[in-house]
Design a protein around this ligand. Structure first.
Ligand SMILES: C=CC1=C(C)c2cc3[nH]c(cc4nc(cc5[nH]c(cc1n2)c(C)c5CCC(=O)O)C(CCC(=O)O)=C4C)c(C)c3C=C
Ligand SMILES: [Fe+2]
Length: 434
């Protein structure tokens, strides 16, 4: 069975491709296929349905949108959205466990439902039975990304299809992990540039889990709002550092190989065929010990990272994008970028080439009774193989990162994120119907 893909074409493409017109641009396909029947601009189009009993009336995106609201990200593609999509202002992470008695059949129906809804919401289309929370705001770059945890495969009788890459991460000496806030059968990452749109997607997907799955843990995050700066700039984290500078770039020749499982895994590949075009997400809730951090002088803070706080430039000079001169020493003969500086020891060339795409959200969950902020980084990194991405780098950081004294890893999850859905397909179909 396939999901209804009549509405797959987005009203706007990703920011870098979008124009700045003020009206909602409708694809030819949608004009012919749907709007033609009912007109444009928030008019309900009648039952679309066709997906696991979901037969809500759908409307076009609100017509009166500014650029943030108008921007949409395609749901279909080789890879799922929310991996190379520019970082969004708002994020929700949620993990579900399948309910007792729910197995492969229920999981397949759930992924089919969720994919249909994600496709619709990402195009900014509301349904008659929607809560109205996201009305008026358009797609706002909403992305929904689905992943499978290690425990999913036992629950669904799909053990033989479980990738070796989902073997548990090693324990690190600095881990202080809360198991209740980690792992899970299913993982959903939601990102959007509007907080109401993001919440609406979270709540809708949770409601649609119905009796099939229950929330195991849920976390909320944020980043700088696109458009807040005159030109696009690397975001900052809650320690105030420019964070994300030396991420792999899509234009790098080895980007695809490092971040994504090949579209046709070679014979003998460790990855099962259903992971073609997929990626592995490592998710860590990392608390920042901000009271201790903020007691450091600016100079000491910069030594911890090896980059200037003002503009993210390496301590050896230049601008944010200048390559650090790791051998350069100061008048005292010591390296200007310390031996234990975070940005030195996390580099691929210090870790046998290990690289990952970091795409985090900051979090702030209030203050504890002593006034200590419960704040930090929802660290999410993407790689084709966690053993050649996160694991070697975290091993190195665990042994001697100057930043370690100011952070605490509080929860952890590892998820297999399958390739993007093709037209008419739901995410994970190649696994669940294999
Ligand atoms: C295991 C992987 C990593 C964890 C965990 C991690 C936590 C973490 N990092 C910062 C702040 C910065 N990190 C920076 C660079 C950087 N960090 C990692 C990996 C992990 N970080 C890598 C691979 C890199 C890039 C190294 C390189 O190739 O140069 C930087 C510098 C700017 C940048 O390149 O992004 C900052 C700042 C925090 C605050 C944190 C935990 C809370
Ligand atoms: Fe880092």
């Amino acid at each position: 069975m396939t999901v209804d893909d009549r509405e797959e074409t987005p009203s706007r493409t990703a920011p870098e491709q979008s124009d700045r017109g003020s009206t909602v641009e409708l694809s030819r396909r949608r004009l012919l296929g749907t709007v033609g029947a009912a007109g444009v601009g928030g008019i309900a189009l009648g039952a679309v349905g066709g997906v696991a009993g979901h037969a809500a009336a759908q409307s076009e995106p609100a017509a009166d949108l500014d650029s943030v609201g108008r921007t949409s990200v395609p749901f279909n593609g080789t890879h799922q959205p929310g991996i190379t999509t520019p970082m969004q202002a708002r994020g929700h992470l949620v993990a579900f466990d399948l309910a007792p008695g729910a197995g492969r059949k229920e999981a397949a129906a759930l992924l089919r439902r969720w994919s249909s809804t994600a496709r619709r919401l990402m195009a900014g289309r509301t349904a008659a039975d929607d809560s109205a929370v996201a009305f008026d705001a358009g797609p706002s770059s909403l992305t929904v990304t689905f992943g499978f945890g290690r425990s999913f495969f036992g629950r669904t009788g799909l053990e033989k299809q479980r990738p070796f890459a989902l073997d548990p991460l090693p324990a690190f000496s600095s881990d202080q992990l809360d198991a209740k806030r980690g792992e899970g059968d299913l993982w959903v990452q939601i990102g959007a540039d509007d907080a109401l749109v993001a919440f609406d997607a979270l709540r809708t997907l949770q409601r649609e889990a119905g009796d099939a799955a229950r929330v195991r843990w849920q976390m909320n995050g944020f980043n700088r709002t696109p458009g807040a700066t005159a030109k696009p700039m690397t975001t900052r984290n809650l320690m105030g550092q420019v964070d994300g500078t030396n991420n792999p770039k899509e234009s790098d020749p080895d980007f695809q190989k490092r971040i994504f499982v090949p579209a046709s895994p070679a014979d003998g590949s460790a990855d099962p065929a259903w992971m073609a075009g997929g990626s592995y997400a490592v998710v860590r809730r990392i608390r920042m010990l901000l009271d201790d951090w903020e007691k450091l002088s600016l100079r000491d803070q910069e030594q911890v990272i090896g980059r200037k706080k003002s503009d993210g430039a390496p301590l050896t000079g230049g601008s944010e994008t200048t390559e650090p001169a790791l051998d350069k020493t100061g008048p005292d003969g010591k390296p200007l970028i310390a031996a234990d500086a975070h940005a030195r020891i996390s580099r691929p060339d210090q870790n046998g080439g290990a690289a990952m795409l970091r795409r985090p959200f900051s979090f702030h969950d209030g203050y504890d009774e002593d006034g200590v902020p419960d704040a930090g980084l929802l660290f999410i990194c993407w790689q084709a193989d966690p053993m050649r991405g996160f694991v070697p780098v975290q091993r190195k950081l665990d042994r001697g990162d100057a930043l370690s004294a100011f952070i605490r890893h509080e929860s952890s999850g590892l998820f297999a994120v399958p390739g993007g859905a093709r037209s008419g397909e739901y995410v994970g179909q190649r696994l669940l119907e294999s």
